[in-house]
Structure formats: structure tokens, C-alpha cells
Write a protein that binds this ligand. Structure first.
Ligand code: ZN
Length: 312
């Protein structure tokens, strides 16, 4: 069970941040900002860092679009790319389950920040004692709080850019707050009794909490946990009993379990439609129209409204 192991706790993040802020004070003058390279782990995190960093530094992304961060294992080349960066920004809360050891090792000798690890614990959804759901970007207002930890980490590396980082962090946080309002209004157009979102894995719990929709994941909170046969039978019972008309697949997760669920319902005489593919742990690739978190969350909300409210 990889979820038992997690690499950050708030105390070690704070200590590590303090240490690297101190170290960066010695080195910041020597490093030109345009030569700084920031490595983000996922497309969602890269989007966050790019908004705060602007054009001042180079931001690369370890995992491409469509990659599942729960099961992603680093190649030797990845390890090298991470080690050569001036700063690694991870999503955290054990999203990057298989990279945990590598990130912890790197964190002993360079700045590594898990943005979701810096969030107040009372705003997080607990999966098990001390273990939190990592999919925080689905609550745009909660994700907006991560902008300041990115700004802190960038300022620690490049003090001359501080004003710009702080200003862009504030602007992007405000954009995410507006997005939060839009998503709530959009989901509110679905009649209350139809607001049930069935998806491939349990990534949408923050979305459900923030925007008022019940969420059921066929797989657990990590894609590395399998949906058991009993769970699947219970879920088919529920989809049939509640006459749930549509289920959704995700861009970064296999369709296998959702297909099994639809087949199970069909065997019981209920046809369940397949909704548009939702962006979950990865944004869209070039040309997808969902290359930023804002675009992806808007596309998701549109797909959910179309699927559940029958809006065309
Ligand atoms: Zn996930």
C-alpha cells in the first residue's frame, strides 16, 4: 500500500523551507534569474509555477500531459533532470507516490517544495489518520492558497524578482477565486437530485465538497489501489438504484473500471452513457484547449453539466 508512505509533513516542510531560504540568501546574488531552472512534477503544478514565475525563469515539467502521477516512476534521466534544477516543485500530499523516495533524497540537498503540503490541515480531506487526499487543485479557492508558497520558494532563489513573484501570485490567486465562483454557479445549474458524479478514480472529492455535487470514484484516491469486486457490485447496485444516467472517464486513468461498471449496469437492464473525458491528475496536451488548470476545470464543469443536466 504505497499510500502509507509519505514524504512531507508540515514540520519538515517548514524546516526545509527555512533552511533553503537561508541558503538561497547566500547564493541569490550569484545566480542570474534567467538561468534559473524550475522543475515541476505535474502539468497542474507547472501551470501554477508558470503563473507565479512569469517569464523570469524557465519552468519545465517532469510528467507530460496524460501521465498518471500516482504510478509514475522516475527514469535515470528524470532523476538527472530533477537534480540539475534549482528548485523542484511537487504537488505533494503523496500524489507522486512512486517518486517519494527520490524527492525526499533530493530535498536533503536542494530546495524541494510540495505545494499542497503547505496548506492548512483543517482545509484538507483526510483519507486515513494523518493521510490526506492530494487532489486539492479541484477546489480552485483552496489551490489559490498555494500561490504564496510558490512565490516564497522563488523569492528564496531570486530575491531581485520578489516584487514580481508576489504580484503575480496575488493576481493568479484572484483569477482562481473568480474561477471558483464560476464553477459553483455552473454546477448549481444541475438539478439537485441529478448531482452525482461517478468517475474513474476518487480525484474529485474536493470538487464535490467545494461545488456541491456528490462524488463517487470507481477506484480509490490513488490509481494504484484496485477496485475490488465487492466494491464494484455495490457501485453497480447504486448506479441502477439511483438511475445514474452517465459516468465519466479521465484523461490520466485507464477506462477499464468504468467500462466494467457500465457493463454491470447493462446486465441489470440499465444503460449508462459515457460522459466526456474529464481532466483529473493531468491537464490537456498542446491544442487541447485545456492546457491550463482554468481551462481544464471549465471544460470539466461543462462536461459534467452536459452529462448530468442533459444540456446541449
Ligand atoms: Zn489521482
Amino acid at each position: 500500500m504505497p499510500q502509507k508512505m509519505f514524504f512531507y509533513d508540515s514540520k519538515s516542510v517548514a524546516l526545509r523551507m527555512a533552511f533553503w531560504v537561508m541558503m538561497a540568501c547566500f547564493s541569490a546574488q550569484a545566480t542570474a534569474a534567467d538561468s534559473l531552472r524550475i522543475m515541476a512534477t505535474t502539468t497542474v503544478v507547472a501551470d501554477l509555477v508558470r503563473h507565479v514565475a512569469g517569464d523570469r525563469v524557465t519552468v519545465d515539467c517532469l510528467m507530460g500531459a496524460g501521465i498518471d502521477p500516482h504510478s509514475y516512476k522516475a527514469t535515470p534521466r528524470d532523476a538527472d533532470r530533477l537534480a540539475r534544477a534549482d528548485l523542484v516543485v511537487a504537488s505533494g500530499l503523496h500524489l507522486e507516490g512512486k517518486l517519494a523516495e527520490l524527492l525526499a533524497r533530493l530535498g536533503d540537498r536542494m530546495p524541494v517544495v510540495g505545494v499542497a503540503d503547505t496548506l492548512p490541515r483543517d482545509r484538507l480531506l483526510e483519507i486515513a489518520p494523518g493521510l490526506f487526499d492530494p487532489h486539492v487543485w479541484f477546489d480552485a479557492a483552496l489551490w489559490s492558497l498555494c500561490t504564496s508558497s510558490v512565490a516564497d520558494a522563488l523569492v528564496a532563489l531570486d530575491a531581485d524578482g520578489a516584487d514580481g513573484y508576489r504580484m503575480r501570485a496575488k493576481d493568479y490567486a484572484a483569477e482562481l477565486q473568480s474561477l471558483d465562483v464560476h464553477l459553483r454557479e455552473r454546477i448549481a445549474t444541475i438539478p439537485l437530485q441529478k448531482r452525482v458524479l461517478v468517475t474513474a478514480h476518487d480525484a474529485f472529492r474536493y470538487f464535490g465538497r467545494a461545488y456541491g455535487i456528490e462524488v463517487i470514484g470507481v477506484q480509490g484516491t490513488s490509481t494504484t489501489s484496485e477496485a475490488g469486486l465487492n466494491d464494484m457490485n455495490r457501485l453497480v447496485d447504486r448506479v441502477v438504484a439511483q438511475k445514474i444516467p452517465v459516468v465519466f472517464v479521465e484523461t490520466s486513468v485507464s477506462d477499464r473500471n468504468v467500462t466494467a461498471l457500465r457493463e454491470g449496469a447493462r446486465a441489470r437492464g440499465q444503460n449508462v452513457a459515457l460522459g466526456s473525458r474529464l481532466y483529473s491528475d493531468s491537464l490537456g496536451g498542446p491544442g487541447s484547449g485545456a492546457e491550463t488548470l482554468e481551462e481544464a476545470l471549465r471544460a470539466n464543469a461543462d462536461a459534467i453539466v452536459q452529462g448530468l443536466a442533459g444540456e446541449r
